[in-house]
Design a protein around this ligand. Sequence first.
Ligand SMILES: [Zn+2]
Length: 301
Amino acid sequence: MRIRSCAAVLFTFLIITAVSLAATTVDGKGAMVLAHPKQAGAGQPFLVRLTSVRAFDKVFIRWMDREFVPSVSQWNGHHVAIAMLGTDVLTIKPGRQKLLVRAWAGGNETVWQRSVSIIGRTYPRQELNLPSKMVTPPTVELKRIKSERARTRKAKNTWSDQRLWRLPFHRPVEGKLTSVYGLQRVLNGKPKDPHRGLDFRAPVGTAVESVADGRVILAESHYYAGNSMYIDHGNGVISLYFHLSKFDVFPGDVVKRGQIIGRSGCTGRATGPHLHLSISIQGRLVDPVPLFDDTIDQLLR
Ligand SMILES: [Zn+2]
């Protein structure tokens, strides 16, 4: 497999060289190269990249139960479709997951039926004792919690055609990480859902900055997450910021990578001031850490 992909890279290189040396040469076939990792840890994000010397008529990707059309950009004379994919530590079981990619160019269709092995990962465990009303919400709040869940589910599943994100993501605050993704929480002796985001140390009022270019789709107060902001970065990638003390931007606003979007706080069910950040990929909450550290090439391996 490694030899084949090296051969594919060499082949593409030869094609690019041929095209750049003789721009008027009619390229009869139009080579396409698909890159993706063969395996990924449970809850970890990864990328799929399809590169072509010919313009795509259309690209279609199916990963697990979701289908979508990724946006295509041009780079170095190539047509490149990049999609961010991943699994959610809450629901994923280790094993193979199907990846289907279909591309049309010059009237011809090419189909790749691949798979990505999802590898089980052991995440750290944390035991906490909290006042019982913070663990079990009062009955009077259940209706509110249910309606918030429906709204946030919809926001996390937002799809917009234009990809605005780029890697690496911008860190939303400077403070150090106090809680990682996947942490298995046991509250008052009862196992709870794993922590599906990152907690950053951030005194109340710390400027919180957007991880990437995007558009604000939700800014409201929720029972658990407090003042919450959801930003759509396009092609199914949404960032979530919780427990804010103040919003600086509002639904419909367009934001740039690194722009201040609000101030940190301890609203909602927070044990102290901090920023909670989650990243949703087509509704699945993934580990944000690799998106700050890794470049596109690292997430394709
Ligand atoms: Zn958190």
